[in-house]
Design a protein. Structure first.
Length: 137
């Protein structure tokens, strides 16, 4: 009996989420910050030579940092999925796999939870950084 009630409850919850237009963005890392991702990269063995603040507004993000890894810089952007406009922006980025900065398209290889990384197209450690991004919770 409990199993049948549980299955019905999950069905109702899933149906309600589908009707409400809510999307589930995985992994759930919306409570984290770009500085947390920098520490996560260091824990994964990356040597970060510099960390600089970035203005998140040109990409309509909530927060951003520029990290120097090796001889290249990457931008780490966090979108607050509790903000309706930022959530929609992040969903669009996930669909289109690119962002525009001053009219120039930049590829986005992966959206992981609330985060994207810009500047990976020619980075030597692209695969490892993306793997670290996927595991960032």
């Amino acid at each position: 009996m409990k199993k049948a009630v549980s299955l019905k409850a999950w069905g109702v919850i899933f149906f309600a989420l589908a009707l409400s237009g809510c999307t589930m963005i995985e992994p759930d890392n919306n409570y984290r910050h770009p500085a947390d991702f920098a520490r996560h990269l260091q824990n994964d063995g990356f040597k970060i030579a510099a960390v600089r603040p970035l203005d998140p507004r040109p990409l309509a993000a909530a927060e951003a940092l520029e990290l120097t890894i090796g001889n290249s810089n990457i931008g780490v952007y966090k979108y607050d999925i509790n903000n309706k406009l930022q959530r929609k922006r992040l969903e669009k980025i996930k669909r289109e796999k690119r962002i525009y900065f001053i009219g120039i398209p930049y590829p986005i290889y992966e959206v992981s939870g609330s985060f994207i990384v810009v500047g990976l197209d020619k980075h030597k450690e692209k695969k490892r950084i993306l793997e670290s991004l996927r595991n960032f919770r």
